[in-house]
Design a protein around this ligand. Sequence first.
Ligand SMILES: [Zn+2]
Length: 342
Amino acid sequence: MAVNIRIPSLGNKFQDYRNDIPGDSYNFGPTIIAGKVRYFALHHSVTAQTAKGDGDWKSECNSIARSHIAQGWAGIGYRFVICSDGTVVYVGDLSHGGAAVTGNNDIIFSACLVGDFTKELPTAMQVHSAHVLTDWFINHMPQYPQIDSWNDLIGHKDAAELLRLPGATPTACPGSNWRALGDSLRDRVIADRWQGYPWPEPPSSPSPLPSPPMDCEKQIAGLNARITELTNQLTIATAEVVNHEEQVGRLKAQVTEEVALRESLLEQANEATKKLEETARIYEGSLTTKQKAIDEQGRQLGEKGQEIALLQIENQKLKTGVLSGLSFADLFAALAKKIVNK
Ligand SMILES: [Zn+2]
């Protein structure tokens, strides 16, 4: 389904050329799903800026379309061409992505500014038109919700260099000034300092590249201030790190000391245990010996007891014998014999 748009803020600088430009303007490239479109990209055509002299914006568009068709494409690769007279030309229907940023034409809408920005600069009218067109997508096209801030304005080269989008290839497009420090082309498009048609040039500056040394100096001064600020923060952070390292060192030393103390105590305890065990062994040995001696004495005592008992018995017998009429001599002989036999 074709997507028709109107951009009133461009006035008669907006032209719908889809039906007349050479090639297929409606079905070339991936089908667009509106919610998935993330970026609005600017390109440069590397073709001559003729319209700024003769006002023939169609011829600038045709020249690009023919070169694309000559390389085998169905039609022009961009969605818009911004001609050197500031005319914004709708050339490729927004239902399809065309061919402009390799591998990413389903998430990027592309507008091409006519000119070779490695050698020349876009006209002030082109810069202003690029601003108004991008602004329209950011602020008046809710059907593309992901294009909602100036961060979504990229240059062709950003796809590979800055965003590293898969499939995107390195390119010089749209020129080395695109994100240059200071007065970059991107900053000019966003700032839109010289508004209005037909010739929104700064009156005081005839050059298309008004060099702004003040801006540069201001920026450098700003950057220097920022560097100083960051250096101070770094110094403070470094001091804190050193402080923490010292604390950690102290704690480590304490832990080491305590561990050493514990080890020493453990060793002492082990030694004491060993000594106790040895003493216990010695005592055990001597106890055994003493027990044996006691046992032996006991045994001897037992034997002596038995002897005494025997003697008592004999004694009794002797007494009984005397009483029963045996001669004292006989008894004595018997007793003597017993002791001799022993
Ligand atoms: Zn490009």
